[in-house]
Ligand binder design. Structure first.
Ligand code: SF4
Ligand code: SF4
Length: 385
């Protein structure tokens, strides 16, 4: 452990202030954060200790703990002192990741940052292939005057499993008669995960490039699949003086149903449970629209798991953890899948590409992986309209 001189300590404190937190509202070590942190279910991890270290300008260079926080926000909503714990974690990472230099012990995060810097997506994929998910669909390029920009972001653009979410979304929007378009190769990663992983410089670069593209194209309304894009476009891009209308697909689907633009015509006779993604629920208060949409589907039986809504159990992929390895016996998603099975769910439905990736992985590790299916809410809806 190393005591840092004044400058890095200032980065921690400035980071908290910059993110809207009050650096002087510091912890009185009650331990409430430790009692609600999901890491407590799988291993030892002391949030309060890290917060205390940050207060005194101590950033434990060798500690893996700095990289564990998934930014799930469970501790923040319970802290009696209003400590912006996520900003503390992020700021400590910022001390360790000056301009993209991340510890050699997290090699994947390093290569993700290199790919984002060079081609604008974390997979090192060709930008010209970004719209390939839409090639058999009648999806147009966004041009000035198009009502809605659909922004699928990286996973639904490139990952074979998650392309199905972008395709389901496009089909639903087409059936509903929505005037929408995509940016294709001009779209770049929203940058949310690298910011939480401490690379502020790269985040700002991605954000500025996306914002310039949006303004040049005349974008006013942005529709997203990922709660991480939603959060960053809605709550973080305004740091660059933006004023776009941002909608998550769960909000928009419910609006289209209420307006009669989507008509549910088929039954869905399945027991379904809904998992609240942290960045949709705790970070942005969107709990009801996805449930209200599912409740409109005849035959669908909605079951609530333990740890639901405000206390939803994180899937483990936020805060840049999506780019880091998690030991098999330390996956929150394994616990979550068992919670879904405990309530008799045949399908776990959610609304986040990161959650789906992680739950699909956990499903394959079940003794009977056919016992439960993982679906995005758009994949359910496209089957009943
Ligand atoms: S809950 Fe808040 S006040 Fe209590 S130990 Fe954690 S950070 Fe400190
Ligand atoms: S945000 Fe979530 S993972 Fe991070 S310290 Fe708080 S409770 Fe733990």
């Amino acid at each position: 452990m190393e005591i840092l001189p004044l400058e890095p300590f200032k980065v921690v404190i400035d980071g908290i202030k910059e993110a809207g937190g009050e650096a002087d509202k510091f912890c009185y070590q009650c331990g409430k954060c430790d009692s609600v942190c999901p890491w407590g279910r799988v291993r030892q991890f002391y949030v309060r200790r890290l917060v205390n270290q940050a207060k005194f300008g101590v950033v434990p260079f060798e500690s893996e703990d700095i990289w564990l926080c998934t930014t799930c926000r469970n501790c923040v909503q319970r802290c009696p002192r209003g400590v912006e714990i996520i900003d503390v974690m992020r700021s400590m990472r910022r001390v360790l990741v000056p301009d993209g230099v991340v510890p050699a012990s997290i090699p994947n995060l390093r290569s993700v940052m290199t790919s984002l810097a060079s081609v604008g997506n974390p997979f090192g994929q060709e930008p010209n292939d970004r719209a390939k998910w839409a090639q058999d669909l009648s999806v147009k390029e966004f041009t000035e005057g198009t009502a809605v920009l659909y922004f699928p972001c990286c996973y639904p653009s490139y990952d074979p499993r998650l392309k199905k979410i972008a395709q389901a979304t496009a089909k639903i929007l087409t059936v509903a008669g929505v005037d929408f378009g995509i940016l294709g190769s001009k779209e770049m990663c929203c940058g949310e995960s690298v910011r939480k992983a401490g690379n502020e410089t790269l985040f700002k670069r991605l954000a500025r490039e996306n914002i310039k593209t949006f303004i040049d194209a005349g974008v006013k309304t942005i529709l997203v699949s990922s709660p991480h894009c939603y959060h960053t476009f809605k709550n973080e891009y305004p740091e660059f003086k933006t004023n776009f209308e941002v909608m998550h697909i769960t909000q928009y689907l419910f609006r289209l149903i209420k307006e009669g633009k989507i008509k549910i015509t088929k039954e869905y006779k399945k027991k379904v449970t809904y998992h609240d993604p942290c960045y949709l629920g705790r970070h942005n208060g969107i709990y009801d629209e996805p449930r209200d949409t599912l409740k409109k589907i005849p035959g669908l039986e909605l079951k609530e798991m333990a740890d639901t809504r405000e206390t939803s159990l994180c899937c483990g992929m936020g805060g840049g953890r999506v780019w880091m390895e998690t030991a098999k016996n330390e996956r929150f998603s394994d616990i979550r899948l068992n919670q879904a099975l405990d309530v008799g769910a045949e399908e776990l439905v959610t609304a986040c590409p990161y959650c789906i990736t992680q739950f699909e992985d956990s499903r394959l590790s079940l003794k009977n992986s056919a016992a439960i299916q993982i679906k995005d809410i758009t994949e359910v809806l496209q089957e009943v309209i």
